[in-house]
Design a protein around this ligand. Structure first.
Ligand code: NIG
Ligand code: MN
Ligand code: MN
Length: 318
């Protein structure tokens, strides 16, 4: 615990350069993300928000999807840059993990290492995906961080149109939560995983059966009414001690989030996803989050990136 609060020497591959934008003045009342992040690069990380980019197309490519998610971190930084700061919190950008070609497994390993270091420094790591294969690296980092603490119940709440419990011969963007289930089995941990926003036509019967087999609670997109959502999230939070929130942007309607590999024909309205973010922050249990599947190549006037940035804003400084 001696490292608590110290700036992490996180093993990322690239420093982020995308922080720029309008400057109205230098006082605290004028602050926007790009100013605050630039000022705070080397500060103490205790209670900081630590951004880590995961530049990967490998999982989506293996999953036969539309590639472009490796451009997600840059687009998210651009969308976050002009956002005004109303509540002071240290914000740091730890740079990007770059997955070259099909080198997914080493990339996930590096991401896990970065997450462990950020958590050990007392930060809230927020990972900017990347396809949903990002989640294996994020979750692995959290499992390793809690390796000596079996009593703490670790929960994963996935906001997603898909279960991502595919049983494949290698990891993809469709397998991360089965991969994490297996990892938790190896660590003798209970698997607490819930999904909100599931599309019935977007998941085969095999995937519904797998969710049933693993005891995964889920809420269909069509059942995502405000009270149902609140109860679902509340019941899940009651069962766990620390939360990993993973947001697959294809949980949002295609009109709000067209820039993803698999846009949702139905989707959960933005304000309901925002309400979930507020609920989990208010619980005090959130320890790590990622926002995945942004594909800027298919975005329209950055609307997916802007929606994602608003969710990150809410998790971080809302
Ligand atoms: N990340 C997961 N993606 C979905 C893709 C579904 C689709 O391409 O229609 C999945 O594998 O289930
Ligand atoms: Mn997903
Ligand atoms: Mn999805």
């Amino acid at each position: 615990m001696g490292d608590e609060g110290k700036a992490a020497k996180v093993p990322t591959d690239q420093n982020a350069q995308q922080w720029s934008g309008r400057v109205d003045g230098s006082g605290a009342q004028h602050l926007r993300w790009h100013q605050l992040i630039a000022e705070q690069e080397s500060e103490n990380l205790s209670d900081a928000v630590a951004l880590i980019g995961f530049r990967s197309d490998a999982g989506v490519l293996r999953n036969q999807g539309r590639i472009g998610a490796s451009e997600g971190p840059a687009a998210l930084r651009s969308a976050l840059s002009p956002m005004a700061i109303h509540k002071h919190r240290t914000l740091v950008d730890l740079g990007d993990i770059v997955v070259g070609g099909d080198q997914l497994e080493p990339g996930q390993e590096r991401l896990a290492g970065a997450v462990v270091q950020a958590l050990s420094s007392g930060a809230l790591p927020v990972i900017l995906g990347g396809g949903h294969e990002t989640a294996y690296g994020t979750g692995l980092g959290l499992i390793r961080h809690l390796a000596d603490d079996r009593a703490t119940r670790l929960g994963i709440l996935n906001l997603d149109a898909h279960f991502d419990l595919r049983d494949e011969s290698r990891r993809t963007s469709g397998t991360p939560f089965l991969d994490l289930y297996q990892e938790m089995q190896r660590h003798d941990r209970e698997f607490h995983y819930a999904v909100l926003g599931i599309s019935r036509p977007g998941n085969t019967a095999v995937l519904f059966e797998k969710a049933e087999e693993l005891g995964v609670p889920y809420l269909l997109d069509e059942d995502c009414q405000p009270e149902m959502i609140w109860q679902f999230v509340h019941a899940f939070l009651e069962r766990i001690d620390v939360l990993y929130l993973t947001i697959d942007l294809d949980v949002l309607p295609a009109s709000v989030a067209p820039g993803v590999s698999a846009p949702a024909g139905y989707g959960v309205p933005f304000e309901r996803i925002l309400a979930v973010c507020r609920q989990v922050v208010a619980s005090g249990k959130l320890v790590v989050a990622d926002v995945v599947e942004l594909n800027p190549r298919f975005d329209i006037d950055s609307r997916t990136a802007r929606s994602a940035a608003r969710l990150i804003y809410e998790i971080s400084v809302g």
